[in-house]
Design a protein around this ligand. Structure first.
Ligand code: MV4
Length: 589
């Protein structure tokens, strides 16, 4: 086994790899950029080396410096994590060629073959794995594309050979669209990948994205660890992944797993990898191979009990896989939620900032892979991931119940996060039923719903993207021995509520939204409850202190009163309505 492993990555995956090293008694070497001096992975490692300025191209992607550091630190292996240099066959080759260093990943030759789309298609087809009907050679001109459209039937997809993540892919629905689509696929291929070669496939309208985890050693043993369903994507970004897939039956599951195993086996692959498929109408088609550990490997670990990163290290060191295919059992269900510093209500724009509150959930069924702590700064130099929440349960339904609990108890302030988005999805019929496909979010997700989710469940103090924050102070008060959490708007005029316990006098409580809403005159509910009565209607003139409505919450009747005078513009609630904290009760102007 290795004695000292350099982890050429940052964030949660660097810590995940170091955790596996630590358990195997291996020393750990971190690399970091100027922007990451205080990062979690640096603190976690036994030793750490600065490899350059914040831009990844000058630090985490600097091949020469990273290999120099490995030699200087006396490392005997490099683990690349995901992203950065993980799928760079040239870098793998350089590591392989350096005396005393081992690449913790597949052989560079296998990375090269499987990393290129048409080569991978050819290799898989040769191994008997079904691929989407299409060409394995680039197409010459529009006439050839039209002939293929005739052969497969429209729609077809024109894809850039170097493509990925949806870039350089054009959907063609009729013969008339061929010329324009071909031209733009070539243009994008040239712009993004320096390669204007394109090929053609039959286009599947609404497939599931299913991927199979494989592990292979250097003794010819290849095992698959079942599938993950990554169909829930937004603009080609995965947001939620799960294992097993709610869309496969056991027969299809075995068939896909076996196809993946066979495919990589014939490509001379070793270490961990993922074979991606599209699945539609009970048929599966090979898409591509990811020659690295993936973000979502965690859900497979949870349902198989197999530590994939530990095995990456063991097989790279020459050990044989110690389990047979028949030993791999899928037990229960796991879902991974990517917790990103992004504002779901603003097109998921990243919102860098300081984690003023960071209190993740714990208890049964919860795993958290992260490398941050309260008080840390989420910078803008790398991806926006704060961490990954992985929830396990006996079955999917149980897992989703636990997920609701875990997400409710995930407190983050200072930055926006994807937590409100996840909570919204857990109330979404299609997702809960497992009926979503890869096109679901982009077609069906409405911004109104996202805005409401962020209002309801988002950070009250997140920077709004313009650098300003809605300042609030939270205090806890006891009223007749009962605790209440009260949010006070700093420096803003505020709506207040007089709280009257049924039959007896009491006091305290406040209502209000954020500063922007107050400026616009929204009086919002301070807590979840039921509207008992509404005292005003549109057009009424009210004075400061007038009762607007009565909200029953926690067995108390709360008078919601106007903090300033004005005209009632709208009353979106009526008696009997249930409202959530933050919901608008009355609009004043
Ligand atoms: C497809 C497809 C349907 N038919 N190819 C998008 C990114 C690239 N890696 C492959 N992609 C697709 N290729 C054919 N022949 C649908 C997609 C696709 C998709 C695939 C996986 C996950 C999410 C997706 C979202 C939209 C489209």
């Amino acid at each position: 086994m290795f004695e000292n492993v350099l982890v050429a990555n940052r964030g949660e995956i660097a810590v995940r790899v170091m955790a596996a090293c630590e358990e195997l008694g291996i020393g750990t070497v971190a690399v970091y950029s100027d922007a990451d001096r205080d990062a979690g992975h640096v603190e976690y490692a036994d030793e750490a080396y600065n490899v350059g300025p914040a831009p990844a191209s000058e630090s985490y992607l600097d091949q020469e410096t990273i290999i120099d550091v490995a030699e200087r630190a006396g490392a005997d292996a490099i683990h690349p994590g995901y992203g950065f240099l993980a799928e760079n066959a040239d870098f793998a080759r350089r590591v392989e060629a350096t005396d005393g260093l081992t690449w913790v990943g597949p052989p560079s030759d296998a990375m090269e073959t499987l990393g290129e789309k048409t080569k991978a298609r050819t290799a898989m087809q040769a191994a008997g794995v079904p691929v989407v009907p299409g060409t394995t050679e680039p197409v010459a001109d529009a006439d050839e594309v039209r002939a293929l459209g005739e052969e497969y039937g429209y729609p077809i997809a024109i894809k850039a050979e170097g493509g990925g993540g949806g870039r350089g892919m054009k959907i063609v629905r009729s013969e008339a669209e061929v010329d324009d689509a071909l031209e733009s696929a070539r243009r994008e291929g040239e712009a993004y990948f320096d390669n204007d070669s394109v090929y053609v496939e039959k286009y599947l309208e609404s497939p599931k994205h299913i991927e199979v985890q494989v592990l292979a050693d250097q003794h010819g043993n290849v095992r698959h660890l079942g599938e993950r369903d990554c169909s829930l994507q937004r603009r080609h970004q995965k947001v939620i992944e799960e294992a097993p897939s709610p869309a496969l039956d056991d027969d299809l599951r075995d068939e896909i797993g076996e196809a993946a195993r066979q495919g990589v086996s014939e490509a001379g692959y070793t270490n961990a990898g993922t074979v991606e498929f599209l699945v539609e109408d009970g048929e599966f088609y090979f898409m591509e191979v990811n020659t690295r550990i993936q973000v979502e490997h965690t859900v497979t670990e949870e349902v198989t009990g197999i530590d994939i990163v530990r095995w990456q290290l063991r097989v790279a060191a020459g050990e044989a896989l110690a389990f047979d295919q028949a030993d791999v059992e899928i037990d229960g269900h796991a879902v991974e939620y990517r917790i990103n510093a992004e504002n779901p209500a603003a097109d998921f724009a990243p919102t860098p900032g300081k984690l003023t509150t960071y209190r993740p959930p714990a208890s049964i069924g919860v795993r958290l892979d992260h490398a941050v702590a309260q008080g840390d700064e989420i910078g803008g130099d790398y991806d926006s991931m704060i961490g990954k929440l992985i929830v396990s349960g006996d079955d999917r339904e149980h897992c989703l119940e636990r997920s609701k609990r875990a997400l409710e108890h995930f407190a983050v302030d200072g930055v926006h996060t994807t937590i409100p988005f996840h909570r919204l999805l857990l109330d979404d019929e299609i997702f809960v039923a497992g009926d979503h496909t890869t096109t679901y979010l982009d077609r069906e997700l409405e911004n109104d719903a996202l805005e409401a989710a962020v209002d309801r469940w988002g950070s009250a103090t997140a920077t709004d993207g313009n650098g300003s924050t809605a300042a609030t102070t939270e205090v806890t008060v006891e009223v007749d021995g009962r605790r209440f959490d009260v949010v006070i708007e700093d420096g803003a005029s505020r709506a207040t509520a007089d709280r009257t316990e049924t039959g007896a006098a009491a006091g305290g409580g406040a209502a209000g939204g954020d500063d922007a809403e107050l400026a616009a005159g929204a009086v919002t509910a301070e807590m979840q409850g039921t509207i008992l009565s509404v005292a005003v209607e549109e057009g009424d003139e009210v004075a400061a202190g007038d009762v607007l409505c009565v909200l029953e919450a926690m067995k108390m009747e709360n008078d919601v009163v106007a903090s300033t005078g004005g005209t009632v513009r709208s009353v979106p609630i009526s008696a009997g309505d249930s409202v959530d904290m933050g919901d608008t009760l009355v609009m004043l102007e």
